[in-house]
Ligand binder design. Structure first.
Ligand SMILES: C[S@@+](CC[C@H](N)C(=O)[O-])C[C@H]1O[C@@H](n2cnc3c(N)ncnc32)[C@H](O)[C@@H]1O
Length: 326
C-alpha cells in the first residue's frame, strides 16, 4: 500500500514536471493567437493539446490511483480538471481584454527591469540621444512612458525648467511613475493615438521607448506626430525589430551582476516579455525593421542612422521634420 502511494506520487511528479514547460509555452501561444482572433484549426489543436498536458498528471492519478486514493480525493481531482477546462474557455472568450490586462499587470513588476543592465543602458542611451538632439527643450512629451524611467533620467540631466508630459494607457504604470517623478510632470492616462488626435500643444522633443511596437494603427501616426512637434523638434524612438532574449541576457552578464537576474520581479518580466514576443509573431505587436520605418516616414522626416542596442534586438534613432512646414 505504502509503495503503491510512492509510485503514484512519483508518477504524478514526473508527468507534472515533463508537461510544465510545454504547457506554459502553449498557453502563451494560445493567448497570443486568441487576441488576434485567429480561431483557426491550429488554435483549437493547441487548445486541445494544452488541456491534455494540463490534465495529464491528474488523469494519471485517477487511472492508477483508483484503488489507492479515497473517493473524496478522486472527486476533488475531477472537479479540478473540469474547473480548469471552464477557466480556459472563459480566458479565451474574453481575449480582447488581454492586452490591456497585460499592460496593467506589467505595471506591478515593470521596474524589475531596473535590475537588468541592458534596460538601464537603453534608457541611458535614450536620455543621452535626447539631450544631444535637444540641449534646451521647453516642452517634452513621452508617449508610452510606463513607470517614468526615461523621465526620471531626463530630469536628472536637464538643469533648466521644462514642461514634461507622460502619456500611457496603463493605470498601474502611471501610478508608479507619479510616485517617482517630481510633481510638475503631467501624466495623462490615454491611448497614444487618441492623445495625439486631441492634443494642440507642440513639443520640442517627443520620445517613444518601446511603445511604437504596441500601436495597432500607424496610418496617421507619423503625420499626427509631425503636428505635435515644433519646427526644429526631434522625435527619439527605440523599438524592437527582432525577437531574442539570449542576446539581451548576454549583454546583462557583460555589464551587470548575474544575481540581479534572480530578482523575482525580473523573472515575471521575463515571462511577460516572452508573451510580448508571441504577440509579435501573431501580428498584434509590430517589431518594425529600419526599412519598414523608412518607408512609412519617408515623405515627412529624415531619419538618423539607427544604433543597434538592447542586446542587438532594438534600434535607436531620431527623426527630424524634412520641411519646415509639416
Ligand atoms: C514596454 S513598455 C515601455 C515603457 C517605457 N517607455 C520604458 O521604456 O520604460 C510599453 C508602454 O506602452 C504603453 N502602451 C502600450 N500601448 C499603448 C497605447 N496604445 N497607448 C498608450 N500607451 C500604450 C504600455 O502601457 C506600457 O507602459
Amino acid at each position: 500500500m505504502m509503495s503503491d502511494n510512492i509510485y503514484l506520487l512519483a508518477g504524478f511528479a514526473i508527468i507534472w514536471v515533463l508537461t510544465f514547460v510545454p504547457s506554459w509555452w502553449l498557453l502563451l501561444k494560445l493567448l497570443a493567437l486568441s487576441i488576434t482572433a485567429r480561431r483557426t484549426k491550429r488554435f483549437f489543436l493547441y487548445l486541445f493539446v494544452y488541456r491534455l498536458l494540463i490534465a495529464a498528471p491528474y488523469v494519471f492519478l485517477l487511472v492508477f490511483g483508483q484503488n489507492v486514493l479515497p473517493d473524496i480525493i478522486q472527486i476533488l481531482i475531477v472537479g479540478f480538471v473540469v474547473m480548469g477546462l471552464m477557466f480556459s474557455v472563459i480566458r479565451f472568450f474574453f481575449s480582447e481584454k488581454v492586452v490591456s490586462w497585460l499592460w496593467y499587470v506589467y505595471g506591478f513588476v515593470y521596474d524589475g527591469l531596473l535590475h537588468y543592465a541592458p534596460y538601464r543602458r537603453l534608457t541611458n542611451q535614450v536620455v543621452e540621444l535626447s539631450i544631444k538632439q535637444q540641449p534646451k527643450p521647453r516642452r517634452i512629451l513621452e508617449l508610452g512612458c510606463g513607470t517614468g524611467n526615461v523621465i526620471v533620467g531626463l530630469q536628472d540631466e536637464y538643469k533648466h525648467k521644462i514642461k514634461v508630459v507622460g502619456v500611457d494607457s496603463s493605470k498601474s504604470m502611471l501610478n508608479i511613475a507619479r510616485r517617482k517623478c517630481s510633481e510638475d510632470v503631467e501624466f495623462v492616462e490615454s491611448d497614444i493615438t487618441k492623445f495625439l488626435s486631441e492634443n494642440e500643444t507642440k513639443y520640442d522633443l517627443i520620445i517613444m521607448q518601446n511603445s511604437l511596437y504596441a500601436l495597432d494603427d500607424r496610418s496617421d501616426l507619423w503625420s499626427k506626430l509631425g503636428h505635435t512637434l515644433t519646427t526644429n523638434g526631434s522625435i527619439v524612438i527605440t523599438n524592437s525589430d527582432r525577437k531574442g532574449s539570449s542576446s539581451i541576457t548576454k549583454e546583462h552578464l557583460r555589464y551587470g551582476k548575474w544575481y540581479e537576474l534572480l530578482h523575482p520581479k525580473l523573472l515575471i518580466v521575463g515571462l511577460i516579455d516572452a508573451f510580448i514576443s508571441q504577440l509579435s509573431s501573431t501580428g498584434k505587436f509590430h517589431f518594425l525593421s529600419e526599412a519598414d520605418i523608412r518607408s512609412e516616414i519617408d515623405d515627412l522626416y529624415t531619419m538618423s542612422e539607427p544604433i543597434r542596442t538592447y542586446g542587438g534586438v532594438n534600434i535607436l534613432f531620431y527623426l527630424r521634420h524634412k520641411g519646415k512646414s509639416v
